[in-house]
Write a protein that binds this ligand. Structure first.
Ligand code: SF4
Length: 683
């Protein structure tokens, strides 16, 4: 019996915990703690603890599948590649789109956007960051010149005041929750504003519930109160920022008084005042947010307002401060860094910048798609429902829009309008079932690579076992297809390390990294521009990444969500995740230990609302919005704000996204998952 231990990185959330895969006779049989890993120090949440359970499932994809007469039949790789090559060669470049994946390593994301921009020559490449943190990338880029988490996970423990707004950290990033506990043990004050009394709220010193979608009003009121009391950091504002006058002109308006915003948000005046005072007067304060801030039609405005509060109080570029935007999936930061966005190449080099286009052409030795910004995920779905559809073919790697997209009837209509759909995944997901060709991929334990966690830490995935059947690593599939479609030289990689070396050559923020340097468990935070650079755990210590080095205040007015409750749909519906499952459930719902804990979805209803509706706990109810309806068990609880309801979105059988609204932020094009109008009917 051969036993080996392979240290690697958790495939689930953006915390990026280190874990050890225990391999016996070629199978991963368990996960053991990695004591030396700096982020999690041997601790894992349940998802990480059971991250081996889906790997050797019988329903893993093991052969390519081609749909014939509406049914999948097994095919050889040669047959699948031949069909894909023939079909992709028959379309105009702009008729094709690619969706990369926040679940796969940097190397594979880099290759997918390279494949899109060189082989297909299409500008349409994006991924699910569009559905979670596109607002962060766009908003923080305006305020600070860089759209990433400013500080790091361990630094949160050094803060003296932690404001959690729009993040259920203890369930979504459980190991980051440890930093909050450590800070509190050292005397930090913790403020949590959330429509639900979450496990995170239970670890707070000040909690208030509020109506989803009122974040800008809340932040403006806090800033007005801080300025009125003279608690703003004048030295920081003078030396490190500009446009304070513009901010001041907006936040000092009467509509942002504590009293008025208390009525808009539902937060008591005294709690708004206390939060503002603690945040402004503590020696260091940071703000943690996640999708509660970003998934709104005002997502970019919300992010800029967060940046405003941090600049106003001088809490950037220092230990214990920072805008800590907690990224969702394990490699959503990396997929963005690798250029899987329609407006940038890797390292956020703009596709509309002539020097960047020239650089990529020289590096890749061919014409590349450039000069034009492609469609976002949400725009792809929208143009697919036009008549005639503007897109004809799509190539999706490791994403499942048939569970993750807003308004699933709309998403299904869009994908069924495609002439040709290729899906590359490890299971036959709800989206793969709609494909013309399905390509079997290797999972995280079956390949090497790197991933970049929420704090910009680039670290290694390590291969522990062989993929099942004929499944291949995504990078091998792109190399096969690229060569077959005439780009032999561009796709002649023999290992992920060779791909990473090319990434480092063309991506300034990764320029000083190599597999050798990433061997250490602490790895490296970008930017790391040179081989002797130590990496950058805290951004903006001397100056911001804007053209003149100054942070930019943005005056932001409050706007309500696109859809608000009315007589027909009288409640606010908000959606999110639970501790036991991950996103569309394709991996966690196939992990028995996790599925046992949460075998189906639910809708949380406030006890008073449930009483008025005559609904009991566990009763199956009909949740209806203007997009659709689902039958779902009711969870009656006092821990959610009256008039607000919550559903986790992991469950296909009661899919929350049947109900959600496809209204988009005008800049980030992120949908408003966090607020729409719903009604509940007894069945
Ligand atoms: Fe994995 Fe996130 Fe849990 Fe860590 S906190 S074990 S990265 S799911």
């Amino acid at each position: 019996m051969e036993v080996k231990i392979v240290p690697t990185t958790c495939p689930y959330c953006g915390t990026g915990c280190g874990l050890n895969l225990v391999v016996r006779d070629g199978k991963v049989v368990s996960v053991a703690p990695w004591q030396r890993h700096p982020v999690n120090e041997g601790k894992l949440c349940p998802k990480g603890r059971y991250a081996h359970e889906f790997i050797h499932r019988d329903d893993r994809l093991t052969k390519p599948l081609i749909k014939k007469d509406g049914k999948f039949v097994e095919a050889t790789w040669d047959e699948a590649y031949e069909l894909i090559t023939k079909k992709f060669s028959s379309y105009q470049p702009e008729e094709m789109a690619c969706l990369a994946s926040a679940r796969v390593p940097n190397e594979e994301n880099y290759l997918m956007q390279k494949f899109a921009r060189t082989v297909l020559k299409t500008p349409h490449v994006d991924h699910c960051a569009r559905l979670c943190h596109a607002s962060t990338v766009a908003g923080l880029a305006v305020s600070f010149g860089s759209g990433a988490m400013t500080n790091n996970i361990l630094d949160i423990a050094e803060s003296k005041c932690i404001f959690v707004l729009g993040s259920n950290t203890f369930e979504q990033h459980p190991l980051i929750g440890r930093s909050i506990i450590r800070a509190r043990q050292k005397g930090a004050k913790v403020i949590v504003f959330d429509p639900r009394f979450t496990p995170t709220a239970k670890h707070s010193d000040l909690y208030a519930s509020f109506f989803s979608g009122t974040d800008v009003a809340i932040l403006n009121a806090m800033m007005q109160y801080i300025i009125k009391n003279g608690w703003e950091n004048k030295e920081f504002i003078d030396k490190r920022t500009k446009d304070f006058d513009k901010l001041n002109a907006v936040v000092m308006k009467p509509e942002y008084s504590l009293e008025n915003v208390s009525m808009i948000s539902g937060i008591p005046v005294k709690d708004l005042a206390t939060a503002a005072e603690w945040f402004a007067k503590s020696p260091s304060s940071c703000l943690l947010y996640s999708m509660g801030i970003t998934q709104h039609t005002t997502g970019v405005d919300n992010v800029k307002s967060v940046a405003n509060l941090l600049m106003l109080t001088g809490n950037l570029g220092k230990v214990g401060g920072g805008v800590n935007a907690l990224r969702g999936q394990n490699n959503v930061q990396g997929a963005c860094d690798m250029g899987c966005l329609p407006n940038v190449y890797s390292g956020y080099q703009k596709v509309t910048d002539e020097p960047a286009i020239k650089k990529m052409q020289e590096c890749w030795c061919c014409d590349v798609a450039g000069g034009k910004i492609g469609y976002t995920v949400t725009e792809m779905m929208n143009v697919l429902t036009e008549n005639p559809p503007k897109l004809k073919a799509m190539y999706i790697m490791g994403e499942n829009p048939m569970i993750s997209d807003p308004d699933l009837a709309h998403a299904e209509h869009a994908l069924k309008n495609l002439d040709f759909l290729v899906v590359q995944d490890i299971f036959l997901t709800e989206t793969a079932q709609l494909a013309d060709v399905v390509l079997p991929a290797a999972c995280y334990a079956e390949k090497d690579g790197t991933q970049t966690n929420t704090e910009r830490r680039v670290q290694r995935f390590r291969k522990a076992v062989e993929p099942p059947g004929e499944a291949k690593a995504d990078w091998e599939i792109f190399c096969d297809l690229g060569k077959r479609m005439g780009y032999e030289k561009l796709f002649s990689f023999n290992s992920p390390e060779e791909i990473f070396n090319e990434i480092a050559r063309v991506t300034p923020s990764y320029g000083g990294m190599s597999y050798k340097r990433l061997e250490k468990p602490e790895a490296l935070h970008w930017p790391c521009p040179a081989a002797d650079h130590p990496g950058t755990p805290i951004l903006h210590t001397q100056k911001f990444a804007t053209a003149d080095g100054l942070g930019i205040f943005s005056p932001i007015e409050f706007k309500p969500p696109a859809e608000v409750p009315d007589a027909e749909y009288p409640f606010i519906l908000t959606t999110g995740r639970c501790l036991w499952h991950w996103h569309t459930g394709s991996m966690t719902r196939r992990s028995p230990s996790l599925e046992k804990e949460a075998p189906t979805g639910w809708i949380e209803i406030n006890s008073d609302d449930a009483k008025a509706l005559g609904i009991k706990n566990d009763e199956i109810v009909l949740a209806k919005t203007r997009r659709g309806e689902v039958k779902v068990p009711a969870k009656v609880t006092a821990e959610i704000k009256k008039n607000v309801m919550f559903m986790p979105f992991h469950f296909a059988e009661c899919a929350a996204n049947v109900l959600t609204n496809n209204a988009l932020d005008p800049i980030a094009k992120i949908p408003e998952f966090k607020a729409c109008a719903v009604r509940i009917e007894k069945i």
